[in-house]
Design a protein around this ligand. Structure first.
Ligand SMILES: Nc1ncnc2c1ncn2[C@@H]1O[C@H](COP(=O)(O)OP(=O)(O)OP(=O)(O)O)[C@@H](O)[C@H]1O
Ligand SMILES: [Mg+2]
Length: 251
């Protein structure tokens, strides 16, 4: 079989050319990075869990009519997605203060915000993904006003969906980040949720104990990242069949 073409290798995933035009394959690696890749490690099994979890969340979005790039999972570490032109923004939705927002504004971590707050960062590792305003986005032409209206609406819908799904399994969705891609259908373009939705890109706290079940476990050396992600997967009923030590086995 001919070797497929690698398109891009990022910190957490590798992209390969897909089998059909307009598709790509996302391969989920075990690499974990934090603080703009200053901290790095290989976490056994992380890629398998994130592949499953992103599939689970994207499929849920499809079921409630929120457009996204997911087509189908191919194997333990890979999924087929629509190839998009990624808008160079990290779209962050926050329900509770944490991380950089707590630092920036001096709000204690865990404080509930008066309403969900959407922030935009310019996707540029060399600059450390700086926070930008809609003025920057419009002036530099990263997205049009129509795009921004669509992005805001997508972000808030994803927030409502994810908050509900997590609440049902006793987990608080503190915040999350998504990326948005453009897909072209004839003369039309449409915006879809792209990249991944996983504990790498969300803050998830156990509602009763406050235990962190997301990448902060790695950032802040709070224990086993695989255990944290497995716990999220277990509660959602999404565990890779290879994980024989856990009670819920769903293929
Ligand atoms: N459907 C898609 N079509 C095209 N590109 C995508 C799609 N989904 C995600 N991507 C891009 O694939 C890459 C995924 O790799 P990874 O998450 O490892 O990147 P990263 O190290 O976070 O770097 P960066 O996001 O800054 O490029 C990202 O650049 C992301 O924007
Ligand atoms: Mg990424």
């Amino acid at each position: 079989m001919a070797r497929r073409k690698k398109i891009y290798e990022g910190k957490a995933k590798i992209l390969y050319e897909g089998p059909e035009p307009g598709t790509i394959v996302q391969y989920f690696k075990d690499d974990a990075t934090a603080f703009n890749a200053e901290k790095k490690d290989v976490i056994d099994g992380k890629g398998v869990l994130n592949n499953r979890l992103s599939e689970f969340f994207m499929t849920g979005l499809t079921q409630i009519g929120i457009p996204n790039h997911f087509i189908r999972r191919l194997n333990m570490r890979e999924q087929l997605v629509r190839n998009c032109e990624i808008i160079p923004l990290e779209v962050i939705v926050r329900n509770y203060a944490a991380g950089s927002m707590s630092k920036r504004l001096g709000i204690a971590e865990g404080t509930q915000l008066p309403r969900p707050i959407v922030e935009y960062c310019f996707k540029d590792d060399a600059l450390g993904d700086p926070l930008v305003t809609e003025e920057h986005i419009a002036a530099f032409g990263w997205a049009s006003q129509q795009d921004m209206d669509d992005i805001l609406s997508l972000a808030l819908r994803v927030n409502d969906f994810l908050s509900g799904v997590m609440l049902a399994v006793g987990i608080r969705l503190v915040d999350f980040k998504i990326e948005i891609g453009r897909v072209f259908e004839g003369d039309y373009q449409r915006l879809v949720v792209a990249d991944e939705i996983s504990p790498d890109s969300c803050r998830l706290w156990d509602i009763k104990t406050g235990q962190k079940l997301d990448k902060d476990v790695f950032r802040r050396d709070l224990g086993s990242l695989t255990d944290a992600y497995s716990e999220v997967a277990r509660r959602l009923g999404v565990l890779p069949a290879s994980n024989v030590t856990k009670p819920t086995l769903i293929n």
